[in-house]
Design a protein around this ligand. Structure first.
Ligand code: GFB
Length: 315
């Protein structure tokens, strides 16, 4: 592992978006560091409001910023709310990065997404694939906003010498996700549907698309650990992919969730719904070379997440 370039000790670390799945995992992980975690509720600060964000950062004076706030959603939500996904994310990114730069933040981590890479990028996708081809249409709005964000972080490095870095996580899952059968990502959506089938004793669970697409899934606690690692060990201009390097067919994820929940139901594929990208596997060579690897195996992470959902949301 490379030696640490930056220490969080004694620093004020602002987790923007601390109530979300990623932000809450970050605050749990940062509790193990000798730093002070700053948070602000959405009711007190709307990050799409430029003036309010600038004022808040000026008075709170964070040393470190992790931008985990974003408008996110699954394949259908992305496709049906293009303005919201593009505009809200652009606003949040530009407001937070500009305020951080203007107030001398010592280190900032911007979080993107694996959907920034071209739909037909060679698999596994290396960081160099960025902007080498057309995007997947279903999430192009979100992807364009995230590309603008990571380029803005890079621009602040170049123009102002800011220590802004970017990480590109793969598809994430875990506690505090948005669990909704229509708007959320595939794992939380399937957890809702499988749990409902269990409750109702239903014999069929609906899966969108063909079930053939391959996805790489990572537990959000692994992502949070990788973020803390990157803040300490990385200070380069290019993004760093954060994933497991392992992938699974959507149909097999659905079967695994049925097994975990102890539900004997059939899968019914709704081919009127989009498949999206056929495959989205990250090349995690850069992250491994820096010295970080994921720890939570998919089955273990899904078991924990299903148990959390059954206990906290569906109880
Ligand atoms: O997780 P998901 O919505 O997002 O869908 P993407 C992944 C795959 O699961 C697609 C299938 O092939 C879906 O058709 N799927 C099957 C389902 N059943 C379901 C279901 O009940 N709900 C959902 N949502 N999908 C997202 C982007 O793309 O990836 C975001 O839209 C973000 O912008 C995220 O980048 C990481 O992996 O296709």
């Amino acid at each position: 592992m490379s030696s640490a370039l930056f220490s969080l000790s004694g620093k004020k670390v602002w987790v923007a978006g601390h109530r979300g799945m990623v932000g809450s995992a970050l605050t749990r992980r940062l509790a193990r560091e000798e730093c002070q975690v700053l948070t602000v509720d959405r009711a007190a600060l709307d990050l799409t409001d430029q003036k309010a964000t600038a004022e808040w950062v000026k008075s709170a004076k964070p040393d470190v910023v992790i931008l985990a706030a974003a408008r996110v959603g699954g394949i259908l939500a992305n496709d049906s709310r293009p303005v919201d996904f593009l505009l809200d994310n652009l606003r949040i990114e530009t407001n937070v990065l500009a305020a951080a730069a203007e107030n001398g933040v010592a280190k900032l981590l911007f979080l993107g997404s694996s959907c920034i890479y071209p739909r037909d990028a060679a698999q596994p996708m290396k960081e160099e694939a960025l902007l080498s081809g057309p995007l997947e249409e279903t999430n192009q709005w979100y992807a364009i906003a995230k590309i603008a964000g990571l380029k803005l972080a890079e621009a602040y490095r170049r123009q102002a010498g800011a220590h802004f870095i970017s990480a590109m996580p793969t598809n994430l899952y875990g506690p505090n996700d948005n669990f909704d059968a229509t708007r959320s990502h595939v794992i939380p959506a399937l957890i809702c549907k499988v749990h409902e089938a269990k409750r109702a004793g239903a014999g069929v669970v609906e899966v969108w698309g063909t079930g053939a697409p391959l996805r790489e899934f990572m537990h959000v606690d692994d992502l949070a650990d990788a973020c803390v690692f990157l803040l300490a060990h990385y200070d380069g201009a290019g993004p760093v992919n954060v994933g497991t390097g392992e992938e699974m067919r959507v149909a097999d994820v659905a079967k695994l969730l049925l097994e975990i929940a102890g539900v004997k139901a059939e899968l019914r594929f709704d081919r009127t719904k989009p498949d999206g990208a056929p495959r989205k596997l990250l090349d995690v060579g850069r992250l491994h070379a820096l010295g970080w690897q994921h720890r939570i195996a998919l089955r273990d992470g899904l078991e924990r997440t299903y148990a959390w959902y059954a206990r906290s949301v569906a109880a």
